[in-house]
Design a protein around this ligand. Structure first.
Ligand code: APR
Length: 232
């Protein structure tokens, strides 16, 4: 069975990493225009570097939670399971997940300023602004800024089109094109949406089963049922 898992900031909330649009979210504390657009990078690259250094430091201090761990166990039980995340943290990987598709970047990497997929790993939490990529351009955080293309979106769509079952965890579905991913799941594919809030999915989409629980409460029992071939 092809299972596709699609996650957002909510899955990492119980690991202590802020979401973006909840009451105390990151975009309540910082302006997107100052730290997460190409213009922001051009105008004040040091502020962008400082912002993502702080995100990276928080990520290194965080631990995967029961939801991350359950999803890695799901992938063990069903090796064809694919994980697509909007998150830049590495908590899926640190929980044991493999081949995670990061739609919006990866906090562990830096990228060339002239080639969106030319990445280099970063040791530790701190990028020093001014360091250069082997291609000679200034290194920048490997983050998809608002208004930039999402290099792996087509890959994510192709993966989602093969889903026999989809788990969506902790995303408000506010940001496109990522939010449109659900449309690429076959019309017969059940979608279990685990989120205590009210994400912006189509209420008429009969494929969606909304489980109004936090990730660590909703994901493990669902994974247990799947691994034990019990009805959901
Ligand atoms: N468990 C599950 N879901 C949770 C939890 C939790 N403990 N806490 C919050 N949530 C849900 C919220 O109800 C909300 O639906 O997580 C979602 C968080 O939504 P956003 O903050 O908008 O995060 P996300 O959907 O991942 O944002 C998408 O926006 O800013 C960009 O690039 C950034 O990847 C990000 C994208």
């Amino acid at each position: 069975m092809n299972i596709v898992v699609f996650t957002g900031a909510g899955i990492s909330a119980e690991s202590g990493l802020g979401t973006f649009r909840d009451a105390d979210g990151l975009w309540e504390k910082y302006r997107i225009e100052d730290v997460c657009t190409h213009e922001a990078w051009e105008r004040n690259p040091q502020l962008c570097v400082d912002f993502y250094n702080a995100r990276r430091r928080d990520t290194l201090a965080a631990q995967p939670n029961a939801a991350h761990i359950a999803i890695a166990q799901l992938q063990e039980a069903f090796p064809d399971t694919r994980i697509i995340t909007q998150n830049i943290d590495d908590l899926h990987e640190r929980a044991g997940a493999r081949n995670v598709v990061h739609l919006h970047g990866d906090i562990r990497m830096l990228r060339s300023s002239i080639n969106e997929t030319a990445t280099v790993p970063l040791e530790g939490w701190e990028q020093h602004y001014g360091d250069r990529h082997p291609d000679g351009s200034l290194l920048r955080p490997y983050i998809v800024f608002f208004g930039e293309g999402v290099p792996y979106f087509e890959t994510a769509c192709n993966i989602t089109a093969t889903a026999d079952l989809m788990l969506v965890v902790g995303t408000s579905l506010n940001v496109y094109p990522a939010a449109s991913l659900l449309r690429f799941a076959p019309t017969t594919t059940p979608i279990y949406f685990i989120d205590p809030g009210e994400p912006l999915f189509d209420q008429n989409d009969l494929r969606i089963h909304h489980i109004r629980k936090k990730a660590t409460e909703g994901v493990p029992p669902l994974v247990d049922k799947l691994c034990n071939h019990l009805p959901l």
